[in-house]
Design a binder for this molecule. Structure first.
Ligand SMILES: O=C(O)CCC(=O)C(=O)O
Ligand SMILES: [Fe+2]
Length: 367
């Protein structure tokens, strides 16, 4: 992780390690974790609509991806080329980590001013109640923290996670170009993307999320509604549902786990690059009474100090730029301070004719 990004986390420490509970041994929901009842808790009913499922080998994939980014900000992909055995391996290794005793996992605790390691989601600091989840963040090699968890047998975990990071990096880049291609954007239009010698390269983090079974799932929250500060995120979820996406700013829709598929969502930076065409969509994770849920989010971003601004090809008199240029590290600082309002702090103009304000602080351009 480039030092610029580390500086952001150092400048915005979050103290989240007090009052750790052992999720497995709690008979009822503690007050510290009791949220207002979750509306739209997943039921067995079939939803009328669900996020699109797109075969990346489909000759129409570019069009389908573009459409999904403009209407949902999220889609599932099949035929993505990630070996199924690798998905199984990351799930097994993720489980192995989260099954460790609560006190043992804290040996690899993420420092309050750091980015990697075990702990609660940073966004907990914006809410009065704690979330029913735990996480492990990997940036680059996980070896330092893995050695604290398994002094002898850390190799398998590291090998699997590093292989997964490599595959995810390639897939994320491929999917980003399909997304941008749907807007008529080519590599020539994005100067930083062609910088082979960029010393930092793209930046990314792998976030493992664990949602233990919960005695009162509809009064608990796995991961509160947020958008990702990335260009895009690729998410693997195990066979337990929990991910939900806010449709049209009003309805929570469950994204069902489908074996072998991966979920892709647009992040705030791609929303900015696309000048509001692509939705950086609010999503959250709810929890289950008896089942453990595991997800792995690959958070894909640009080099940390490259200015990200609406692409000139997408600007014309009818579509003025909606956002100020911002680097990823600046943006993460804004997110750490303003959370879901960060995007509106880089907005150039308020909602006006031709724009609708969705998700309170995001704009979707009606082209
Ligand atoms: O667990 C999930 O399904 C969502 C995870 C997520 O949104 C994230 O890690 O940013
Ligand atoms: Fe997310």
């Amino acid at each position: 992780m480039p030092s610029r990004l580390l500086e952001v986390f150092r400048a915005h420490p979050v103290h989240l390690h007090d009052n750790h509970i052992d999720f497995e041994s709690v008979p009822e929901l503690p007050d510290s974790h009791a949220w207002p009842p979750v509306v739209d808790y997943p039921s067995e009913d079939l939803y009328e609509e669900s996020v699109p499922i797109i075969d990346l080998m489909d000759p129409n994939a570019t069009k389908l991806v573009g459409n999904a980014c403009e209407t949902w900000g999220m889609f599932q992909v099949t035929n993505h080329g990630i070996p199924i055995n690798l998905l199984k391996d990351v799930e097994t290794e993720g489980r192995r980590l989260f099954q460790l005793p609560a006190q043992h996992k804290l040996k690899a605790a993420r420092p309050s001013n750091g980015i990697s390691g075990y702990g609660r989601a940073r966004i907990n600091s914006f809410f009065p109640k704690l979330m029913w989840s735990e996480g492990f963040t990997i940036v680059g090699s996980p070896v330092e923290h893995a050695r604290q968890l398994w002094p002898q047998e850390y190799n398998k975990f590291c090998d699997v996670m590093e292989e997964y990071e490599k595959e995810m990096k390639n897939l994320s880049s491929r999917v980003m170009w399909i997304m941008l291609g749907s807007l008529g954007i080519t590599k020539e239009d994005l100067s930083w993307a062609g910088l082979k010698s960029n010393p930092e390269g793209v930046c990314a983090a792998l976030q493992l999320n664990s949602y233990p079974p919960c005695p009162e799932p509809n009064r608990a929250m796995g991961l509160a509604a947020h958008t990702d500060s990335t260009l895009l995120t690729v998410l693997y979820q195990n066979s337990t549902s929990g991910l939900q996406v806010l449709r049209d700013g009003v309805q929570w829709v469950t994204v069902p786990p489908i074996t072998g598929t991966l979920v892709v969502n647009v992040g705030d930076l791609l929303h900015i690059l696309s000048n509001g065409r692509f939705l950086s969509v609010l999503h959250r994770a709810v929890v289950h009474r008896t089942r453990h849920r595991l997800s792995l989010a690959y958070l894909y971003g640009p080099p940390s100090d490259i200015q990200i601004s609406p692409l000139s090809k997408l600007i014309d008199p009818k579509h003025p730029p909606l956002y100020h240029p911002v680097t990823w590290s600046e943006y993460l600082g804004r997110k750490a301070k303003h959370f879901n309002k960060a995007l509106s702090t880089v907005q150039l103009c308020g909602p006006q004719n031709g724009f609708i304000d969705i998700n309170q602080n995001r704009m979707k351009v009606v082209w």
